[in-house]
Design a protein. Structure first.
Lengths: 484, 401
């Protein structure tokens, strides 16, 4: 039986109290806080983070297929999963797929993964799902929605939970949508959307699942269904499907917000963190129809070891209460351009040539003197792999050496106010990796006043710069103070 | 063993424009001004020049940068680029050609017109790339030298900023007395410390200005020098050191010194036969692009013991690098007697020869304004730092009577 071999999640460090929106815009108060992706994060970078979490202790080369699920893909015509695969250090012959365009795309991806495994075309399928959905400023959506990601590794072997059944319905009803030209999600009249959409279709799927496998709500230990854009409907769902409200998984609304595509799987990760062997979990997700799954927790759930998951990610938080910063990060205001030279054009050939370095954070280890080293660091910020050893000058005698996951410490740093940074000051740090190797990186998710020589840092995958003239978004690694 | 350049070549004429935001002059204008001052100083006709070396990092390409404004009549001209050491390297190449006996009278000229960009600071541009390098500027990269130095030697940010701030106060005192400087005002330590942060921990007054300027030298064989003037200034050492930028890759680099400066200093002292730089060098114009750069350069050039520059700046021997103490007859090694990059700004391709101009005039006893003339200086050193620690191009040139 196919099941979940590992799980992971990502919640951005920054949390905005919803009261900030009330103070700025007025309107009805909404409790709690929402997770806000930093200016250098998007659905893809968060999917990488969740993927790394999921692959903790697992050989990335064992993954046969990677699915990236999102409704906020950074590209219209470019495979996000191919970038994630490089960042996660997957095999070249990994199958990579992006799936998109509905809020239940995370659970849809799980279904595709199960089918691929059952068909014998893959043994281990990694599903990553992330979203950074935008509610228009001043509206309820803006304050209700948060950013996040989840990842599941599906397999037949060594599962922490088996997926014993599934049921799916389709429905063209679109209560919320974004067209080709929309930045923000649109919505039809609230009650109609919820009555005829979420509150009608999701029960059909869940009842269909239970009927198909002859299961009653009482047989379920934990019920995981995602939330509509109005979280009150999440709680009301229990009555509609006859579920004991005590069994309903917390929708993470108060401390993360409605995240869209990753919502159901983030909630599932949170459920698995607390699950016991033998538990039965009902998983359901809504969006132009609905997906429902029956999950049986195994003994493995207690052996998987620590993940950042939801619990640790939630505990690792920093309050963001500055609306100006929020507007900047979400690109909602036009800011005065820095009076600095225009940035150099991004060259596809230069990026392609050094893909292993840029996306995989591969350096090299000298076979003669054994020293790990990062890049040549020649002119113009070149990311060219080292050819002549910096220590012993041996030429072309290196083996690949990946720096992701290796702890590091700051050797020196600055906060640069002059630099044309999207989020000044630009904090740049020289870092020394444990076991050898030094590099210079942007530092993100930091409090400038807390930066010190010797402070520990870890690598994090981020979007770097959008070259507007050429339509090129590039990605690279930064450092950050370690998340819990 | 290769020979030393010492006393083989002499400078017989120099020119230097006023440095600053020279909105009403083009690069070509500045070249004409600097070159003709040098011709006049040397007492030669422009047509006497047999070859030229022009240093610029971005104000035009090819030797035509020089030949076009000067209307040189079909003479050989080479364009030299070596970052902030550009002008010093142009002079070095000119001197080598003269020492080789190929030419008798040559011109080395540095030029940079920076203030047509519309922004403050230097551009970092370099053409198409990956676009993923860390977002920083020259102040940011040099700030890491300050962060590293403060951490290693246990200076609190306040103590460290006071130390490097005093470097800037000293340079402004000198620049306030130099008619060709861009900034000619004294500043107080309080002003320096309260200035806005450009790149932590460097504030506004820890950073040199950005300006336009040109400077030039006429070079002849030492044997001919006295035919032109009674007080030619002789080349004692010309050294360039270009590093492999190891310090961003290997963990043993300390972000407290610039290895290339150390190496270039050793080579220059050996070439000039200098045993005790702190005693034998009368004055130095070093590359104070940032106050911290000057501070660590004092150690790298062996003017101060390693880790002890604090003492010579604000500690037990405070004021050792001031022109003021030298003018009062005290034991001092004035650094930036003209105000340095701090007050002249840094038109990249021109700075090395601007520094040389100050040494040349001081050694001749002809400093502009007699009140800033040092008493009988014998030997002056100039130092340029191109690039950013830890990947630098360094020039150390030494001149004397």
């Amino acid at each position: 039986m196919v099941g979940i071999k590992s799980y992971g999640a990502y919640v951005p460090l920054h949390r905005m109290p919803r009261s900030v929106f009330g103070t700025i815009w007025g309107g009805a108060p909404m409790p709690g806080e929402k997770a806000v992706a930093n200016i250098d994060e998007d659905s893809l970078t968060m999917a990488v983070e969740a993927g790394l979490d999921c692959l903790t202790g697992i050989d990335p080369k064992s993954v046969d297929m990677l699915i990236f699920a999102t409704t906020t893909a950074p590209f219209k015509e470019r495979l996000g999963a191919s970038i994630i695969a490089e960042a996660l250090d997957l095999r070249q012959d990994t199958r990579t797929i992006d799936v998109t365009n509905t809020l239940r795309v995370g659970t849809t991806a799980v279904g595709l993964a199960i089918d691929a495994i059952n068909a014998g075309s893959a043994n281990n399928v990694l599903v990553t799902v992330g979203d950074t959905r935008m509610g228009a400023p001043s509206g309820d959506f803006e304050r209700a929605w948060g950013d996040g990601a989840a990842a599941l590794l599906l397999s037949k072997d060594g599962v922490v939970a088996s997926i014993d059944g599934d049921y799916h319905i389709t429905d063209s009803f679109a209560g919320v949508w974004r067209s080709e030209i929309d930045t923000f999600t649109r919505c039809w009249e609230d009650r109609m959307v919820l009555d005829e959409g979420y509150s009608r279709l999701l029960p059909i799927a869940m009842k269909g699942l239970m009927s198909k496998y002859n299961i009653k709500p009482d047989d379920i230990t934990k019920a995981v269904w995602d939330t509509a854009h109005d979280v009150r409907r999440h709680g009301a769902m229990a009555r509609l499907v006859g579920m004991d409200p005590a069994k309903v998984q917390d929708p993470l609304f108060v401390n993360i917000g409605a995240t869209g595509a990753p919502q159901a799987l983030m909630m599932l990760v949170a459920a698995l963190e607390e699950a016991n062997p033998g538990d039965k979990i009902l998983l359901a997700s809504y969006g132009n129809g609905a997906d429902a799954y029956l999950i049986q927790v195994t003994d493995g759930v207690k052996k998987i070891g620590t993940r950042r998951g939801i619990k640790n990610n939630l505990a690792s938080r920093r309050e963001l209460s500055n609306m100006g910063t929020y507007l900047r990060w979400k690109n909602l205001v036009t800011l005065e351009a820095a009076r600095r030279p225009e940035r150099d054009p991004t060259s596809h050939s230069a990026v392609w040539r050094d893909t292993k370095v840029i996306l995989g954070l591969y350096g090299a280890k000298c076979k003669k003197c054994g020293t790990p080293q990062f890049i040549q660091g020649g002119g113009m910020g070149g990311m060219t792999p080292i050819r002549v050893c910096v220590i012993c000058q041996a030429k072309d005698e290196f083996e690949p050496y990946r720096f992701v996951g290796i702890p590091a410490k700051v050797a020196s740093f600055t906060h640069d106010n002059l630099a044309d940074s999207p989020d000044p000051p630009s904090t740049v740090a020289v870092i020394d990796w444990e076991g050898g190797g030094r590099g210079v990186f942007d530092m993100t998710d930091r409090v400038p006043e807390d930066c010190k020589v010797g402070m520990p840092v870890e690598m994090t995958f981020r979007k770097i710069y959008f070259d507007r003239a050429r339509g090129v978004q590039n990605y690279f690694w930064k450092v950050r103070p370690p998340r819990a | 063993m290769a020979e030393s350049i010492k006393d083989k070549v002499a400078i017989i004429g120099m020119g230097c424009t006023k440095f600053g935001e020279i909105w009403d002059k083009s690069g070509d204008d500045l070249i004409v001004d600097a070159a003709y001052e040098a011709f006049e100083d040397a007492g030669i006709d422009p047509s006497d020049i047999q070859a030229g070396w022009v240093g610029t990092t971005g104000t035009g390409g090819t030797g035509q940068v020089l030949s076009v404004p000067l209307k040189m009549q079909y003479k050989p001209v080479t364009r030299v680029e070596n970052a902030c050491a550009t002008a010093s390297d142009a002079l070095r190449n000119a001197c080598y050609a003269v020492a080789a006996g190929v030419y008798d009278i040559v011109l080395a000229l540095g030029i940079e017109k920076l203030k047509d960009t519309g922004f403050s600071g230097l551009g970092m541009g370099g053409g198409p790339g990956t676009g993923v390098a860390p977002t920083t500027t020259a102040p940011g990269m040099f700030a890491m030298l300050a962060t590293g130095y403060f951490a290693r030697y246990g200076l609190s940010p306040e103590e460290g900023k006071k130390m490097i701030g005093t470097v800037s106060v000293k340079s402004h005192w000198n620049g306030a007395r130099c008619p060709k400087a861009h900034f000619q005002r004294e500043v107080s330590l309080e002003q320096v410390l309260k200035a806005p942060i450009i790149a932590w921990p460097l504030g506004l007054f820890d950073c040199c200005g950005v300006s336009d300027g040109s400077s030039a030298a006429v070079v002849v064989p030492a044997s001919m020098a006295k035919n032109f003037r009674a007080d030619p200034v002789y080349i004692k050492a010309l050294q360039i050191c270009v590093g492999p930028s190891e310090g961003q890759k290997r963990q043993d680099y300390d972000y407290c010194h610039v290895e290339e400066t150390w190496q270039a200093g050793l080579a220059a002292y050996a070439e000039a036969g200098i045993k005790n730089p702190r005693k034998e060098i009368s004055m130095a114009e070093v590359h104070d692009c940032f106050s911290i750069t000057e501070a660590v350069t004092m150690e790298d050039l062996q003017f101060s013991p390693r880790g002890k520059v604090y003492e010579d700046i604000i500690g037990s021997n405070a004021g050792f690098f001031t022109l003021q103490r030298a003018l009062e007859g005290g034991d001092a090694l004035p650094v930036q007697p003209d105000g340095g990059l701090k007050c002249f700004g840094h038109p990249i391709g021109a700075s090395g020869l601007r520094m040389t101009y100050e040494i040349y005039k001081q050694v001749q006893g002809k400093a502009q304004l007699p009140e800033r003339q040092m008493k009988n200086p014998k030997m002056g050193l100039i130092h340029n730092l191109g690039g950013q620690p830890p990947g630098c191009t360094i020039a150390v040139n030494i001149f004397g009577l």
